[in-house]
Design a protein around this ligand. Structure first.
Ligand code: FE
Length: 176
């Protein structure tokens, strides 16, 4: 009888230990699944972004493109290549190629820069409050590479009433 007990007790301890260990193993594997999926989600959101160092941008862009796109500069009014340009096509970001505006939404505002009453889609651009030069304006940035494009104002034509005032140098036209 004693011999059986000596065998049974360690066996019971082993079985108990096994069941105690189970939840922690499950919790661990769950933790790994969660962190892996978080990594994937982050990876996916980063895939749509173009992230480069300022050194890289400097190498890729002309000095004027760099000044406007990366340092939030403004080209001189009435000098941009798309100010009085009305061919049919799509305007892409000059830094990353993201399609931003359509000739269908372009109009002659007379302001000295290309003007559009809407972007191609809401998620193509980022709008950000800009309080530089003692004014409150809304800056327009490329959603993909966060380069500066221009500003948006509330004095545009119908149907939106908006005027996306964009630097030509920030854009690259593609005929369609
Ligand atoms: Fe871009």
């Amino acid at each position: 009888m004693k011999a059986i007990l000596f065998l049974l007790i360690p066996l019971l301890l082993l079985v108990t230990a096994y069941f105690i260990m189970q939840p922690s193993v499950n919790a661990n594997s769950l933790y790994h699944i969660m962190t892996d999926s978080t990594k994937n989600l982050q990876g996916k959101s980063m895939e749509n972004k173009v992230v480069k160092s300022e050194e890289e941008w400097k190498k890729e862009l002309t000095p004027e493109e760099y000044r406007v796109l990366r340092e939030k500069g403004t080209e001189r009014a009435f000098t941009g290549k798309y100010d009085h340009f009305f061919e049919k096509g799509v305007y892409k970001c000059a830094a990353c190629g993201n399609e931003l505006f359509s000739s269908d939404h372009k109009y002659d505002s007379g302001c000295g820069w290309p003007a559009y009453w809407t972007a191609l889609a809401k998620d193509k651009v980022i709008l950000k409050e800009d309080r530089s030069f003692g004014m409150v304006r809304t800056e327009v940035l490329c959603a993909k590479c966060e380069s500066h494009l221009g500003h948006v104002f509330d004095d545009g034509p119908e149907p939106t009433g908006q005027r996306y005032c964009i630097n030509s140098v920030s854009l690259e036209f593609e005929k369609k």
